[in-house]
Design a protein around this ligand. Structure first.
Ligand code: ATP
Ligand code: MG
Length: 925
């Protein structure tokens, strides 16, 4: 029966079934009898008309409408290329991934077609700044030249951005297979890929083999073809109708007609059964012939083409709608070099505006270099010709045309390159069932398409909207495959469609590349594309962190969030435990979080320096003389206006205290212990200096002199006065309650807070000098302690200095914080420095930290300063001025590009609002 069906063709069988049915109906109703012959003609004509309308799409579109698997798409998209093969060219790579090191061959029966390969642009390896215009120009130029050097191999550039996969850029390379010589084509496409990789590598762009772009479907999947199934069903129904009605008419005297009808009904039923069976399987005619591989485009499960140029794609459970814009060349070639130069910033701006506007799109450019010499020669000849024409005939348009040709020649002679460029922009919308339905998706597509068209228009690139189903199929094919028209066409006279600069804005390098930052670690938030941002001091070459931002922008919240997520760093310390943290917390705001942190399973120790006295005289691993010298030179000289004599006295006093009180012998290392050093305190030093001042005054008075006028006495008295706050009053340093060893050995999180002290109901603040002394001596001790340990990779201790503006500035620029940072790294110390303004910092700190976080700065001058630190572009500078709490830039020392991201604070890290607190108080009563 199948043979009969094939012989008759399905159409005629179906048609005859319908005609018979119509005739039957018409004849069985007496009133219709007179018009029966007309019905027999008109209905089939209408039917044929409908079929013809459907044929307005290529036959394959009928299948596509019905969710046919990817392989059918290939058959439809490449009607001329029937054989798709994958050949392995690099066994080593192939072991890494099923599609790596492979070339796809697309061939027709005569052995013509293409060898095709895909490379992906991986992260930019070297530290290239890719957003300044000059750099972009340079990079695009280099890339264009690289493509130019590929010989007969052509290239297509596809830039993709979607919310779920982020940005990517691919280059599809292909070489023609001529006369069935597959080997030659494979060889040339492979060597072109290597050349391209090498030359892009030189400008800091890594390109990797990525054939997954054309993902192979492992086997021929069963796919139904509802179009055919519908035909089969229609035929079955009409056949049953025919058979049944004719069976009723059977009988003596009915004549031969019912018998014929019955037979045709049965015949139709059998054909329909074959048809239905056949429609349950996708048909690839080649499956019966040569062995070959089926490939689906872009990993979609199925495509469906809608009228109006909409492609519906089924992908991982959701539906993606796409619409297309196409363009070939542009009008920029009319402009002169200088015009272009002037327009360039605008084009780049409008393109980056387009990138902000569209979130889900793909741009493909087919770049085919044109011969330079010929192009210039022809352009000059044309200019001559039109110029003469204008002079002789006086046609004004001649001048215009001559000018245009001159511009062209001029631009090429100035180093621009002529290309034949065609492109497709695909905008997509994903229906996920939640807040995006089909109607909204189509609406969005429409809007985005118009937006994209108008942006490209401002760049002088005129686009054409794809409005029909077949156009959409071809446009989609353009994104994956060599475009047949341009690839096969050979035009000996160059048609210049574009010059290098015309397309500069839409090069992949125009995309904001994601800086080279840790891909795992402590979770901070998400960037604009929704990709996670991590901090991981252990993985960075330099673990130090600087956090800048005006008050109230969330700096401390950021640090607190880090504490709450500290566990996420446990993997990287080598001990399986999170690194120890020591926090300098002058406002006591971290101490407030101690309970919440403990609830997270972290070990937290809060040390209140008002209650537990800390002794700056501890040796912490240094020799007594060194400690005394560093205390005097780095710390005291920075806090108080010491002159040389006073510094000398202070040094002597410290050494004396070590010796007399602690029994520390300068020449015997056995005695250099903190147990001994702890016995000397500032109370003693103050007492000693005050005693010396008194003695000196007495001596002068004994000689009949006047002590007030004696410079030495004055200096001593003054020194004693300056030291008074360290020795007298509630903050006096008269005991040693904790040592640095205890602080660090403690492990977990140690919060050093120095809240105010209440005296008779009044809040008494620790003086600024005392605060500085405390913080600096703790930092000094941490430093000498850490550096006395053995060197270690990885982060052992994180030191947080919040409210840096209070401590980081000394009287002189001799705060050794820079030294701490530089040397601490090797011993596993990581510093997190938090402050408001760059000028709060000791010199050069911003240059030696590995990571800089900067919150929004509304002040133009300050914003300018931090823009310099972050290497912001003009646009980013404007952005940083209007950034809200929680939005920030982060920059890694290794990468000149910063990354904008929105920080996701831990719930517990946020300061509870006042009202909430009041509410709590209210509930407590
Ligand atoms: N991402 C955020 N979302 C919502 N609120 C936030 C966010 N970050 C911080 N806050 C809130 O903003 C306020 C100020 O935050 P925070 O104390 O961290 O600022 P700061 O930059 O450390 O200020 P200062 O320099 O004065 O110490 C707090 O009430 C905090 O809860
Ligand atoms: Mg703060």
């Amino acid at each position: 029966m199948g043979v009969v069906g094939r012989l008759l063709g399905l159409g005629p069988v179906l048609l005859s079934g319908v005609i018979i049915l119509c005739l039957l109906v018409a004849f069985s109703i007496p009133a219709l009898a007179p018009i029966a012959p007309f019905i027999g003609i008109i209905l089939p004509v209408i039917f044929l008309g409908v079929l013809a309308w459907r044929r307005a799409y290529p036959a394959a579109v009928g299948w596509l409408r019905g969710r046919v698997g990817g392989e059918s798409f290939w058959n439809a998209a490449l009607p001329d290329l029937k054989v798709i093969k994958v050949v392995t060219t690099d066994k080593g790579l192939a072991r890494l991934h099923p599609m790596a090191g492979k070339v796809v061959l697309l061939e027709d029966r005569a052995g013509n077609g293409y060898a095709c390969k895909v490379l992906r642009i991986a992260d930019v390896v070297n530290s290239y700044e890719t957003t300044t215009e000059e750099e972009r120009l340079l990079l695009l130029d280099r890339m264009a030249k690289a493509i130019e050097g590929l010989g007969d191999v052509e290239a297509k550039l596809v830039i993709d951005r979607s919310p779920d996969t982020g940005e990517s850029a691919h280059i599809i390379l292909w070489s023609r297979i001529i006369d069935g010589d597959e080997k030659a084509a494979v060889h040339s496409v492979e060597s072109a890929a290597k050349t391209l990789q090498r030359s892009m590598d030189r400008i800091g762009i890594t390109m990797v083999d990525d054939m997954t772009y054309l993902s192979p479907s492992v086997s021929l999947r069963a796919a139904t073809i509802p179009g055919r199934r519908a035909h089969g069903l229609a035929l079955a129904i009409s056949s049953i109708g025919t058979a049944a009605s004719s069976a009723m008419c059977l009988g003596p005297g009915a004549g031969p007609l019912p018998i014929i009808l019955l037979a045709s009904g049965v015949l139709g039923l059998m054909v329909s059964q074959k048809l239905l069976k056949a429609s349950s399987r996708a048909t690839c005619r080649e499956c019966l012939g040569r062995p070959h591989v089926h490939i689906s485009l872009g990993g979609a499960e199925a495509y469906q083409v809608e009228p109006g140029g909409i492609l519906k794609e089924y992908h991982r459970g959701y539906v993606v709608y796409s619409r297309y814009l196409a363009f070939t060349g542009n009008h920029n070639r009319d402009l002169s070099h200088d015009d272009i130069e002037r327009r360039l910033p605008m084009s780049l701006k409008s393109f980056s505006a387009l990138l902000y506007t569209l979130t889900d799109f793909r741009i493909a450019l087919h770049i085919k270099p044109q011969p330079i010499g010929d192009t210039v020669r022809i352009a000059l000849a044309k200019a001559d010709f039109y110029g003469m024409d204008a002079q002789v005939g006086g046609a004004l348009s001649g001048y215009y045309k001559a000018g245009r040709s001159m511009n062209l020649a001029d631009r090429i002679m100035r180093g621009e390159r002529p290309y034949l460029i065609s492109g497709v922009v695909q905008v997509r919308a994903r229906v996920n069932g939640q807040y995006m339905d089909e109607a909204r998706a189509l609406d969005l597509l429409d809007k985005q398409l118009r937006e994209a068209a108008s942006f490209l228009d401002t760049m002088n690139i005129s686009t054409r909207e794809v409005r029909d189903g077949w156009g959409a199929v071809l446009a989609n094919r353009f994104l994956y495959l060599p475009l047949q028209e341009t690839a096969l066409e050979y035009n000996p006279i160059p048609r210049i469609r574009a010059l290098t600069r015309d397309f500069i804005a839409i090069s992949p390098l125009a995309f904001r590349r994601r800086p080279l930052m840790p891909k795992e670690g402590l979770y901070l938030g998400r960037d604009e594309m929704g990709r996670p941002v991590y901090l991981n001091p252990s993985l960075l070459p330099n673990p130090h962190v600087l956090i800048l931002g005006p008050p109230g922008k969330g700096k401390s919240t950021l640090v607190k969030t880090m504490l709450f997520r500290l566990e996420q760093l446990a993997k990287y310390t080598g001990t399986g435990r999170p690194p120890a943290v020591l926090i300098i917390d002058p406002a006591g705001e971290y101490a407030d979080k101690a309970e919440d942190l403990r609830a997270k399973g972290l070990k937290v120790t809060v040390i209140d320096l008002v209650k537990s006295k800390y002794n700056p005289l501890l040796l912490a691993g240094l020799e007594p003389r060194q400690r005394a010298a560093r205390l005097v030179d780095y710390i005291f000289a920075n806090i108080m206006p010491l002159d040389r004599y006073q510094a000398g006295v202070l040094f002597q006093a410290i050494m004396l205290a070590y010796k007399k009180l602690g029994g520390i012998d300068e020449y015997n290392p056995e005695t250099w212990t903190d147990d001994r050093a702890a016995k000397a305190t500032f109370k003693h030093i103050y007492d000693y200096i005050a005693w010396r001042a008194e003695q000196a005054a007495k001596a002068i008075a004994a000689k009949g002199g006047s002590p007030e006028l004696d410079p030495a006495v004055t200096l001593l008295t003054e020194l004693a006065r300056m030291l008074t706050p360290l020795a007298i009053g509630s903050f006096a340093l008269d005991r040693t309650d904790i040592t640095i060893d205890q602080l660090i050995r403690e492990g977990g999180i140690v919060i050093v807070s120095f809240k105010t002290r209440t005296v008779e109901g009044m809040q008494v603040r620790m003086s600024d000098e005392l605060q500085k002394l405390m913080v600096w001596s703790i930092l000094e001790h941490i430093h000498s302690y850490m550096t006395s340990l053995h060197a270690e990779e990885g982060v052992r201790l994180i030191v947080v200095i919040d409210e840096g503006h209070k401590f980081l500035q000394g009287r002189y620029e001799t705060i050794p914080l820079g030294q701490h940072l530089r040397e601490g790294r090797k011993f596993g110390a990581s510093y997190i420095i938090v402050t408001h303004l760059p000028k709060d910092l000791p010199p050069d700190i911003e240059r030696i930290v590995g990571t800089i976080f900067i919150f929004g700065f509304g002040h133009p001058g300050e914003a300018r300063r931090v823009a310099e630190l972050l290497n912001l572009t003009e646009e980013e500078y404007e952005k940083i001025m209007s950034m809200k709490t929680g939005e920030l830039y982060v920059k890694w020392i290794e990468d000149p590009r910063p990354l904008y991201f929105v920080f996701e604070p831990d719930e517990k890290a946020l300061v509870r609002r006042r009202e909430e607190r009041l509410w709590q108080l209210y509930r407590m009563q």
